[in-house]
Design a binder for this molecule. Structure first.
Ligand code: COA
Length: 322
């Protein structure tokens, strides 16, 4: 069975947080933040707003923009998130309840910033197996709840958002080959602890806040993603010049610039969501995709490489045609 992505949507919360806010709480500057990360502002959830609410609003946006689409026959919901409202029940099951979707499988995926692309790969596989036909894949994060606002290395990076794709069985195939990989030995370089105080038997700061070795993560990402973008295009029988758009996880504008330079692919053809939304982890790819659809850059028939990467360290890439 073949599949395609039939709709993309997103939602970002209303509270806009400019760089100047961080100048009031830590020793930093708008100039430092923009120079090192490219971030100008980000959005944070309201007190009573959680990842489930971001998903509900993103799906409502999708239905409003595509009145011909109904979710009553959706048969599986995947939510990529590292910031679920609860460990149990899943965010996906709360989406099922909110939209009253009968008899629907639900699954949360915990692959940090790579989660949305992992979700698309799973959706393609379920449809290819012939067991499912219509699948919602979300990337949604409430990262501001887990940020240590006294850590100037990290608090300036993150934002909250949700994005989603509708993946459907299709007469024509528009979701092509994927690849994925992990280096679990890098686990403690980007983490948020839960029950244990050890990662790979090494003690870590177990305060349920995000921690990272920024320099090491930067280097790993630039090298791994540059190599694997070329491999992904090759696996799909194309060279990068034949790809219309590359949408990477918007981790940091400097990472996107370094990858663009490494692989000789123009930055202008790499839609991003980092400047006005910060690093929104699993939500950043559908968010950037939605922006590029709304402003008319991405057109029907365009070939797109997607690649998410992050905590694990892990990555997942996929080629699609819009
Ligand atoms: N404002 C001002 N100075 C800051 C600062 C801030 N917000 N954060 C750190 N600094 C300081 C450091 O204390 C350090 O000062 P020192 O030289 O006196 O010790 C200096 O800036 C350089 O710190 P460093 O951590 O080496 O900066 P960097 O150039 O590596 O930039 C990141 C930090 C986090 C922006 C960068 O490492 C990065 O983007 N890494 C990847 C992060 C990422 O994308 N993670 C998600 C992947 S999914």
């Amino acid at each position: 069975m073949q599949s395609r992505i039939t709709a993309i949507s997103a939602y970002t919360p209303g509270r806009i947080v400019p760089n100047s806010y961080f100048e009031t709480i830590v020793d930093t500057s708008d100039e430092w933040i923009q120079t090192r990360t490219g971030v100008i502002e980000r959005r944070f959830t309201a007190e009573d707003e959680y990842t489930t609410h971001l998903c509900f609003k993103a799906l409502r946006n999708l239905l409003q923009d595509n009145p011909e689409i109904s979710v009553s026959d959706v048969d599986f919901i995947i939510v990529a998130t590292s910031t679920p409202d609860h460990s149990v029940p899943s965010v996906a099951s709360q989406v099922q309840n909110e939209f009253n979707i009968p008899g629907c499988g639900t699954l949360d995926v915990a692959s940090a910033c790579a989660g949305f692309v992992y979700g698309l790969i799973l959706a393609k596989g379920l449809i290819a197996a012939g067991t499912h036909k219509k699948i919602l894949v979300f990337g949604a994060e409430n990262l501001s709840r887990f940020t240590d606002f006294s850590n100037r290395n990290l608090c300036i990076l993150f934002g909250d958002a949700a994005g989603l794709a509708l993946v459907e069985q299709s007469a024509e195939n528009k979701i092509f080959d994927s690849l994925s990989g992990t280096d679990g030995s890098m686990g403690k370089e980007l983490y948020r602890s839960s029950l244990s105080t050890l990662i790979n038997n090494v003690p870590v700061i177990a305060d349920a806040r995000t921690h990272q070795n920024g320099r090491l993560v930067f280097k790993w990402v630039v090298q791994t993603i540059s190599e694997n973008l070329i491999k992904l295009a090759d696996k799909n029988g194309l060279n990068l010049a034949a790809i219309d758009w590359i949408i990477l996880h918007s981790a940091n504008l400097r990472i996107l610039e370094a990858i663009s330079k490494n692989i000789g692919y123009p930055l202008e053809r790499m839609p991003q969501s980092i400047k006005y939304f910060g690093n929104t982890s699993s939500a950043s790819i559908p968010l950037a995709w939605n922006i590029a659809l709304m402003d008319g850059r991405i057109k029907k028939g365009d070939k797109i490489l997607l690649m998410g990467f992050g905590g694990g360290m892990t990555f997942a890439g996929l080629m699609v045609e819009w």
